[in-house]
Design a protein. Structure first.
Length: 293
C-alpha cells in the first residue's frame, strides 16, 4: 500500500540516523594533526591511532576498547539512537494506525534527548581531542525532533478511527449484515438516489443521496458522510451528486490517488463525470467499491 507523506518522512529521517551511524561522518580531525596521531593516542591511553573521521560505529568501537564507565556512556549515546532508528524504520515500513505512530513519538523523544547529549560530547570531549564537529552531528537532533513532529501529524491525520458522519451511514469498519440494508428497508424518497457499498468497510450499506445535495467520501469525518480510514484516502477524496431531473449521478474526483470506474479507469481530476445508475466506482486502491443507485 502506498505510504502517507508522514510515514515517508519518518522512513527518510530514520534512514538518516542509520546512515549516520554506519557511514556519515560526525567529526573529522583538524588539519595538521594526522602526523601526531600516534603520540596523541598514546597520551589518551587509546593504544592506537585515532581515525581521521568519526562515525557512530567508529565511536562505539573506540569506546568499547576503553572498557570503563565513560566508554559505556559513549557507546549508549551513539548506538542507542541507531537501534531506535531501525525500530522506527521497521514500524513505519510495515505498520499502520495509531500504535506505530505512538511508539515513534516515544522513540523520537528518546532519540532527540540522546542525540543532544551526543552532540555535547562531540563538541566538548572530542573537540579537545582535535576533532571538528561536522554538520551531520547537528542534523541528527534536528532530525529526531522532526521525526517526533511527523509522528504527531500522522497520528492526527492518518490514525483516526473511521466513523460515519453527515448522512449517518453504517460506521466504517463494520460490515452490514446481509438482508438488513436492502432497498426495501432503507427509506428513500422518490427524488433520492442511493449509494450501495459493494466491497470494503461499507459492504451492504445502502445510503440515501438527496437530489441536488452532494455527498463527500474521504478521510475527514467533519466534511465527509462516508468516512474511510485508509492512509491512501484523501481528506476529501471524491464528491457524488444525484440529479433527479435526469436520473444521472455526477462523480468528481478530488484526490491524490484517484477514483476509478468499474474498469479501473481513473476519473479526471476535479471534473464532474456523469454516470448512469448501476455504475460502480472504487476509491483509490483501497478495495472500497460503491454502486450508484
Amino acid at each position: 500500500m502506498k505510504k502517507s507523506t508522514s510515514r515517508i518522512c519518518l522512513l527518510l529521517l530514520s534512514a538518516l540516523h542509520i546512515a549516520a551511524f554506519f557511514v556519515l561522518p560526525l567529526g573529522e580531525l583538524r588539519g595538521g594533526l594526522a602526523s601526531g596521531l600516534g603520540s596523541l593516542a598514546g597520551a589518551l591511553g587509546l593504544g592506537e591511532a585515532l581515525p581521521e573521521t568519526l562515525t557512530g560505529l567508529s565511536l562505539v568501537k573506540q569506546a568499547m576498547s576503553l572498557g570503563d564507565d565513560e566508554a559505556l556512556l559513549i557507546t549508549g549515546l551513539f548506538a542507542a539512537p541507531a537501534v531506535l532508528a531501525v525500530l522506527v524504520f521497521l514500524m513505519n515500513l510495515i505498520g499502520r494506525g495509531k500504535f506505530s505512530y505512538a511508539m515513534t513519538i516515544i522513540f523520537g523523544i528518546l532519540m532527540a534527548s540522546v542525540d543532544g547529549f551526543g552532540l555535547v560530547i562531540l563538541s566538548d570531549y572530542y573537540w579537545q581531542m582535535g576533532y571538528d564537529v561536522l554538520p551531520t552531528a547537528f542534523a541528527l537532533p534536528a532530525a529526531s525532533v522532526l521525526m517526533l513532529l511527523f509522528a504527531v501529524i500522522g497520528i492526527v491525520r492518518d490514525g483516526k478511527t473511521a466513523k460515519a458522519g453527515g448522512g449517518k451511514p453504517a460506521k466504517s469498519g463494520k460490515k452490514a449484515k446481509a438482508g438488513k440494508n436492502t432497498d426495501e428497508k432503507v427509506r428513500v424518497n422518490k427524488n433520492d438516489g442511493t449509494i450501495t457499498g459493494l466491497t470494503g468497510a461499507y459492504t451492504g450499506a445502502v445510503i440515501p443521496l438527496t437530489s441536488g445535495i452532494p455527498m463527500m467520501i474521504g478521510r475527514d469525518p467533519s466534511v465527509c458522510s462516508i468516512v474511510l480510514e485508509a492512509e491512501t484516502v484523501s481528506k476529501c477524496h471524491c464528491q457524488i451528486l444525484f440529479n433527479a431531473a435526469n436520473g444521472l449521478y455526477a462523480v468528481t474526483d478530488l484526490s491524490a490517488n484517484g477514483t476509478f470506474d468499474a474498469a479501473m479507469n481513473r476519473l479526471p481530476f476535479n471534473t464532474a463525470m456523469p454516470m448512469m445508475p448501476g455504475s460502480v466506482i472504487q476509491i483509490g486502491q483501497t478495495g472500497d467499491q460503491f454502486r450508484l443507485g
